[in-house]
Design a protein around this ligand. Sequence first.
Ligand code: 2BA
Length: 110
Amino acid sequence: MKMIVAVVQDKDSIKLLEHLIEGGYRATKLASSGGFLKAGNTTLLIGVEQDKVSDVINIIKDTCHSREQLVTPMSPVGTSGTESFLPYPVEVVVGGATIFVLNVEEFHRA
Ligand code: 2BA
């Protein structure tokens, strides 16, 4: 058995869950935040047999879209010791999805 851990954008998460359930897959949805943007995203845990991994990855790829997002890190201006900080917007491309596939040693449903 494998555990697929997929970090997706909130905007895609409900549609993705619908598609997974339609495909007969079980999933757990966790609210998470990206370390870089510090913005909310969604992490799905999807336990599947090995031969289903590529089908699930295809569902994720078909459902999740990458989007451009503006971030405003603070950049220093001024001479040494007297710097002030100005917001400087930068565009980053987020997602479709970040996917990890892990081996599951044991699976029990009690
Ligand atoms: P965030 O960490 O908030 O990252 C959002 C987007 O910011 C990333 O999109 C990437 O385009 C950019 N980014 C991240 N770190 C960067 C850096 N050090 N320098 C420049 N740009 C950077 P994605 O790569 O699509 O990642 C989307 C989300 O997936 C991430 O949100 C994070 O929550 C998760 N993620 C990505 N890679 C991961 C990893 N190796 N381990 C755990 N989570 C990961």
